[in-house]
Ligand binder design. Structure first.
Ligand code: HEC
Ligand code: HEC
Length: 264
């Protein structure tokens, strides 16, 4: 009798273990963390976004190195490999306040998803390549209105200009945080989306955690930043355009004249 109960208990225990292992494989905590905190800037096998594609990173880098960059990237900016990455991507990965435990979970998931040790690795879930927002005048205008507060955010967050200055015609902003007008070049679309999604800056987290931007609002803001960056870059190419146009016109004229001469 007692033995029967024991056997039942043991087999139940086994069942629970098997079930929890199974559940573990499906709801991988490392993957959840990655989706929430990292996927705004990184893919695994989907190409570079705001940050490097992390496929195979667990082969490229030592475990301690990975732990440091995930837990306190700001403390290892002098590392030689880091310097190269920062140069390549134009800005530093922010400190996201990841705990040691969570970092280990993420690394474990990266190992299984991103190539890791040869053989036992499951192929990376193919992630869609990040889509680049197509800038239209309407989107830019909407983004600018959202940034300045002329148009309120659907979930009630403050306009960005409440804290950020932005040097663009028709925009004046607050002075509490960095001027964002030079930032887009460095971080690019995925980086900016990453900032808006991960809310790594405490002040912004307070503001937007309960009042998130909608997908369309983020897209409009991205378009506004992109357009401002393009205009800044385009400063001289607009000036040179008429000259290039004139050059082409002269070239056509010359061809036409030569052609006429030959056929005469
Ligand atoms: C706001 C964008 C952003 C977020 C969010 C972000 N990263 Fe990064 N990450 C970067 C950038 C940019 C680099 C390259 C420059 C550098 O090293 O700072 C990088 C570099 C890395 C590297 C080194 C890659 C290599 O090729 O050696 C690892 C590993 C990494 N990130 C992991 C993570 C993990 C894990 C998370 C989530 C906890 C995360 N990152 C969140 C932007 C981001
Ligand atoms: C309540 C104030 C506040 C609001 C509102 C706010 N931010 Fe921020 N933001 C900050 C602070 C503070 C920082 C971090 C420190 C800094 O960059 O000055 C920051 C950082 C950033 C950064 C990163 C800059 C860097 O140095 O890499 C970006 C990008 C950004 N904000 C975009 C936005 C956008 C877009 C909006 C509107 C949707 C917005 N912020 C609204 C306060 C705010």
């Amino acid at each position: 009798m007692a033995r029967g109960i024991l056997r039942a208990a043991v087999s139940n225990l086994c069942l629970v273990l098997v079930l929890s292992l199974g559940a573990h494989a499906y709801g991988d905590p490392g993957k959840d963390l990655f989706d929430k905190q990292c996927s705004g800037c990184h893919s695994v096998g989907g190409g570079d976004g705001g940050g490097p594609d992390l496929k195979g990173v667990t082969d490229r880098r030592a475990e301690e190195w990975l732990e440091s960059i995930i837990i306190e990237p700001d403390k290892m900016a002098k590392d030689a490999a880091r310097q190269e990455l920062i140069k390549k991507y134009g800005y530093e990965m922010p400190n996201l306040g990841i705990s040691h435990d969570d970092a280990l979970k993420i690394i474990a998931w990266l190992k299984s998803a991103g190539g890791g040790t040869a053989g036992g690795a499951t192929p990376a879930a193919p992630q869609a390549k990040p889509v680049e927002t197509v800038v239209t005048p309407e989107l830019v205008a909407k983004g600018m209105a959202l940034f300045t507060g002329a148009r309120p955010f659907a979930n009630g967050g403050s306009p960005c200009a409440a804290c950020h200055p932005f040097r663009a015609p028709g925009v004046s902003g607050g002075n509490m945080a960095t001027d964002l007008s030079d930032h887009y070049e460095g971080m690019g679309e995925q980086g900016l989306r990453g900032v808006l999604k991960s809310l790594k800056f405490p002040v912004m987290k307070k503001m937007y955690a309960d009042r998130p931007l909608t997908e369309e609002e983020s897209t409009a803001i991205v378009a506004f930043f992109k357009d401002a960056a393009a205009q800044k870059r385009g400063g001289w190419s607009f000036d040179i355009f008429p000259i290039a146009g004139a050059g082409f016109f002269v070239f056509c004229l010359a061809v036409l004249i030569l052609y006429k001469r030959r056929t005469r």
